[in-house]
Design a binder for this molecule. Structure first.
Ligand SMILES: [Zn+2]
Length: 82
């Protein structure tokens, strides 16, 4: 009789958005002066609901007026935070 091994593995990806800085600036989308929030999106890989490592990290600028999201490079993020 063959023995059957059943494995149940729970893994997933979850994304956390964190605001790093907020500066007033002119939005490229709506052309209005509003708070531009620099946000970090970190996607984490978790196993059995325990976050193991950061899978992907991206930066974006969020306009407080129109709510648009613009993806920015790491260099752009460093220029905004320094
Ligand atoms: Zn805007």
């Amino acid at each position: 009789m063959p023995s059957e091994v059943q494995m149940f593995v729970l893994f997933g990806l979850n994304t956390q958005v964190r605001t790093l800085t907020a500066t007033a600036g002119v939005c490229r989308h709506c052309n209005r002066e509003a708070m531009q929030r620099l946000q970090q999106r970190a996607t984490r890989f978790s196993l059995f609901f325990i976050p193991l490592f950061t899978f992907r990290r991206k930066y974006q600028v969020n306009c407080a007026y129109c709510g648009s999201l613009t993806e920015v490079s790491r260099q752009h993020k460093e220029a905004m935070t320094s």
